[in-house]
Ligand binder design. Structure first.
Ligand SMILES: *[C@@H]1O[C@H](CO)[C@@H](O)[C@H](O)[C@H]1NC(C)=O
Ligand SMILES: *[C@@H]1O[C@H](CO)[C@@H](O)[C@H](O)[C@H]1NC(C)=O
Ligand SMILES: *[C@@H]1O[C@H](CO)[C@@H](O)[C@H](O)[C@H]1NC(C)=O
Length: 460
């Protein structure tokens, strides 16, 4: 009764919000790692998959330009006005704050008029190429949750490559090529993200969509994260379960949206005509007023907090995991191999916590990937191996510990620590709901997850 009333209010709210919000959310919320629940046994912890909120990641990056002296103004030089190539009396002077255009201005607050921007030196050494690498480094793996958006103050470049690194800048892969003429610049056929599909979503494309000439109004270049999510979650990103399912099971897909560094390789400035006007080389330069990168710390679904301390991002790991990305089990919690949390089942996911090491066993028995095999434990050390106790090895989901050798689980649960829903084993979870667990996979809850995502001002 309560539920149906809730759902009808909810349906209304969905209608309203879907009108207002073309993208209800990017990811679910997963904003708590554990809660206390009450069972006949009293209070117990219930653990779930959790992740930090998506946020503006440009606050946490370091920027590096190559060549290092490519910023204009040292020595001072004149350049032509944006949009009016024959008004060439503007000045860039690094030693005068009002006339300087340092790299920080790509990441400052926008919305000021006139806007602030980084600017390169002009193409005075033409025909030697005017090339700049802008490297953004987080020293931390982050997961992108929204489009990367680069706003050019002058024209968008004729040729540019966006690259990513997953190993702190040791190796780089292209993310997307941008050109006015893809075939000519990169020997690639021009494509748009809309030409891709679920099966080709990881393809690296060259797009001509964002590279029209010098005098056009649009200043923006995208790297389309949301359009790629939409191949799995639908055009309104409503079917998040589908996206989560794919991300859980396809490492390549997860890695595609994960970076430690980004590099913008500017290869040729906007020319806007067929020929470069050699008499007015002060017309050609790069200027970027804003770079948007939204994402979250990758904590393997084991943390909701990512702290920025000493210019470094670190996950505050829960579930007895540790490491900058919660990528391993804490000392003394290596009772089974580390595993990332899982988005499924929606909406709480699965925590896959690290469990205490069973120190009384000399040579560790063969563990299966998820849980130690109880009978092999008993065989290798029939008397001493505690499978559960009341201090460290808690039976989960309201299970009780019987003689330290096994958990007596409530009817709906199974597994050595009652960590698994019985229906999951039987593959019949659609039809029932486990004790203490929310009904899973229902469309209403997916939408609820979606709305919770929207309601939070920090989720993009
Ligand atoms: C930019 O990076 C690429 C790849 O490492 C390198 O080949 C190129 O020389 C760099 N360009 C500049 C201007 O430093
Ligand atoms: C992690 O270990 C602490 C004791 O150090 C314990 O209190 C806590 O319940 C454990 N958490 C999980 C998720 O296993
Ligand atoms: C558990 O271990 C016992 C004894 O080593 C073995 O016979 C049994 O097949 C194992 N069960 C599973 C599910 O691996």
């Amino acid at each position: 009764m309560y539920l149906s009333r809730f759902l009808s209010i909810h349906a209304l709210w969905v209608t309203v919000s879907s009108v207002m919000q073309p993208y209800p959310l990017v990811w679910g919320h997963y904003d708590v790692c554990k809660t206390q629940i009450y069972t006949e046994e009293g209070k117990v912890w219930d653990y779930m998959a959790c992740q930090p909120e998506s946020t503006d990641m440009t606050k946490y990056l370091k920027v590096k330009l190559d060549p290092p002296d490519i910023t204009c103004g040292d020595p001072p030089e004149t350049f032509c006005a944006m949009g009016n190539p024959y008004m060439c009396n503007n000045e860039c002077d690094a030693s005068t704050p009002e006339l300087a255009h340092p790299p920080e201005l790509m990441f400052d607050f926008e919305g000021r008029h006139p806007s602030t921007f980084w600017q390169s030196a002009t193409w005075k050494e033409y025909p030697k190429p005017l090339q700049v690498n802008i490297t953004l480094s987080w020293s931390k793996t982050i997961e992108l949750t929204d489009n990367i958006v680069i706003t050019f103050e002058s024209g968008r470049p004729d040729q540019m490559i966006l690259e990513k690194s997953l190993d702190y800048g040791r190796t780089w892969q292209p993310y997307q090529y941008y050109a006015t003429d893809c075939l000519d610049a990169f020997h690639m056929d021009p494509k748009s993200v809309k030409d891709l599909s679920q099966h080709t979503v990881l393809e690296i494309i060259c797009t001509e969509e964002y590279s029209t000439g010098y005098m056009t109004n649009s200043k923006i270049i995208h790297f389309e994260i949301k359009d790629r999510f939409a191949f799995f979650a639908g055009p309104w990103l409503r079917n998040m379960a589908s996206l989560y399912g794919q991300l859980d099971t396809t490492k390549k897909l997860r890695d595609f949206f994960t970076v430690t560094d980004l590099r913008i390789r500017l290869l040729r400035p906007a020319v806007g005509e067929i020929f470069v006007d050699e008499l007015h080389l002060a017309r050609y330069f790069y200027a970027i007023s804003d770079i948007k990168v939204h994402g979250r710390c990758k904590c393997n679904l084991h943390a909701t907090v990512c702290v920025y301390d000493n210019s470094k991002l670190t996950c505050e790991c829960e579930h007895n995991t540790t490491g900058p990305d919660c990528g391993k089990c804490k000392k003394n919690y290596q009772g089974r191999p580390w595993s990332p949390g899982s988005y499924l089942p929606i909406p709480k996911g699965t925590a896959n916590t690290c469990i205490p090491s069973i120190s009384s066993i000399g040579t560790p028995p063969k563990f299966n990937r998820i849980w130690p095999n109880i009978s092999s434990l008993e065989v290798s050390n029939p008397k001493q191996a505690n499978v559960c106790d009341n201090e460290l090895l808690h039976c989960q989901n309201g299970g009780t510990c019987h003689n330290n050798v096994r958990c007596l689980c409530p009817a709906a649960y199974t597994g050595i620590l009652c960590e698994k829903l019985r229906c999951e084993e039987a593959g019949s979870c659609g039809s029932d709901s486990g004790q203490g667990a929310a009904p899973r996979g229902s469309p209403a809850l997916l939408l609820l997850t979606a709305l919770l995502g929207t309601a939070s001002p920090l989720v993009f």
